[in-house]
Design a protein around this ligand. Structure first.
Ligand code: TYD
Ligand code: MG
Length: 455
């Protein structure tokens, strides 16, 4: 009998170790090593077909200039929001991982995409989680074109690849990678070893046969993809479909993309007829009540390649605690503390006896510095019980000496705000428009005091 090899793999960073130890040598995390049985060292039937990269033996060297660039044709998934997150469409031969919590709509989205794509190309949908009847029923209910999409119910990776070799699809879905298994690996489906090897095998298959593979991956409670991080090393693109709180909206972001920029945001809505694209996401984050209240201000943040209008709320209230609370939801806690210091030092406003809460409405996460000025003005508005105009929009970075710094894409941000009916804007001097924007009064400021006066 062939001797089976095993390795110890870190769940966090994917580093291999020859024996078990408490701490990972590579990333320093404790208690993250899991034993991975690598199966027999002797190659078995089918198991070694995709263990090496294409062209072994016939490899040739080319200079960068010789490489034919016309050969990167992307095709559209049929959904503009998904294409944008993928960097402009699906690249043939790409291995794409779509993560998300259960019920996020991964299967629904992929079924919609595949049914539509099957009209123009050879498409194969492999389901290991749901029965073929379940998928068919859903497709029927969503009134999708069902005549051309090829379906396969299978969980063995080797089998799937054999079928795919015969069927020669241009695009393939694996739902989900956690239920897939390989005969050579002696651990249960869903274990680190199985997920890692299955994904690597499928990725190599995708590359050698020029099939785009979309794999579904589940997300654990703490928000990481179940299975080792190493999954993210071998695939080309990893996107996360996230539900915002309990709402029916879903945001989609890429965390890694070999074919485009990351941090593009795509927005979908889950409806009775499946997932629908939200073409104008600013509208949903701005759904405000009739009454404008103190502490609320609208800002323009930059998401990937487009502006997004979001409402920011702050509540400043007298504290009963020795150490007043500073809570930021959807924003960076450290920036909140920094802005409070700037406000004290350069604005003469002391909030050391106040609790300060800040929240971005709609569950959006804002990481950019362009939100500084809006957060600062929201806190002042709440502190002074001053209701700001409904038609005011704010953006800009605040420096430690109280200066207001310009941010990227000021012009586009202002145009987006004007399009949504905002009539007044407080922005950094460097972002003031060269020609006036129709129907909008732009107040350009350089210092904190000017911004406070403009309120
Ligand atoms: P699903 O695609 O099965 O999620 P995932 O594969 O990510 O686990 O989506 C299931 C959820 O979506 C389920 O809670 C019901 C809801 N849903 C709708 O609201 N409308 C629909 O048309 C469909 C198909 C699902
Ligand atoms: Mg599913």
């Amino acid at each position: 009998m062939a001797k089976s090899k095993s390795a110890y793999v870190c769940n966090d960073c994917g580093a291999d170790h020859p024996r078990w130890q408490g701490q990972c040598n590579a990333c320093g995390a404790w208690n993250t090593l899991t034993e991975v049985r690598l199966g027999s060292s002797k190659p078995s039937r089918g198991g070694d077909r995709y263990t090496g990269y294409a062209g072994a033996g016939g490899s040739q060297v080319q200079t960068l200039a010789e490489i034919d660039l016309t050969e990167v044709p992307r095709f559209s998934s049929g959904y503009g929001e998904l294409d944008r997150v993928l960097g402009g469409g699906i690249v043939p031969g790409a291995a794409i991982l779509i993560g998300g919590n259960p019920g996020a709509g991964k299967s629904t989205l992929l079924l919609q995409v595949m049914c539509q794509l099957s009209q123009q190309m050879n498409a194969l949908y492999v389901t290991g989680e749901e029965s073929l009847q379940q998928v068919a029923m859903r497709a029927k209910r969503l009134a999708l074109p069902t005549d051309k999409l090829k379906m396969l119910s299978e969980t063995s990776v080797e089998q799937i690849c054999l079928v795919a070799e015969k069927e020669k699809p241009s695009i393939m879905v694996i739902d989900s990678i956690q239920v897939m298994h390989m005969a050579d690996i002696q651990s249960a489906p869903g274990s680190v070893a199985q997920v890692r090897e299955s994904a690597a095998y499928l990725t190599r298959f995708a590359k050698q046969n020029n099939v785009a593979i979309l794999m579904v991956g589940h997300v654990t409670k703490d928000g990481t993809l179940a299975g080792p991080k190493v999954l993210e090393h071998c695939i080309d693109c990893s996107i996360l479909l996230d539900s915002m709180g309990d709402s029916r909206f879903r945001t989609m972001r890429s965390h890694k993309n070999r074919f485009g920029a990351v941090n593009e945001l795509g927005v979908f809505a889950m409806t009775g007829e499946g997932l629908k694209e939200v073409a104008n996401p600013s509208a949903i984050f701005l759904s405000r009540g009739e009454q404008q209240s103190p502490g609320s201000v609208v800002m323009v943040v930059w998401e990937g390649t487009r502006p997004l209008l979001v409402e920011l709320q702050a509540l400043v209230d007298h504290s009963q605690l020795a150490n007043p609370r500073r809570v930021a939801v959807g924003l960076e806690q450290n920036r909140l503390a920094m802005l409070l210091a700037v406000l004290h030092r350069h604005g003469g406003m002391l909030m050391s006896d106040q609790d300060v809460f800040a929240n971005v409405v709609g569950g959006v996460k804002v990481g950019e510095t362009g939100a500084d000025l809006a957060l600062l003005l929201a806190m002042v508005s709440s502190f002074r019980d001053l209701t700001l105009s409904r038609e005011l929009v704010v953006f800009g970075e605040v420096g430690l000496s109280g200066e207001i710094r310009p941010v990227a894409n000021g012009q586009e941000r202002l145009s987006e705000a004007a399009k949504h009916g905002f009539r007044r804007a407080i922005v950094p001097k460097g972002n003031a428009p060269r020609s006036p924007i129709e129907g909008m009064e732009v107040v350009a400021v350089t210092k904190l005091s000017e911004a406070l006066d403009a309120l």
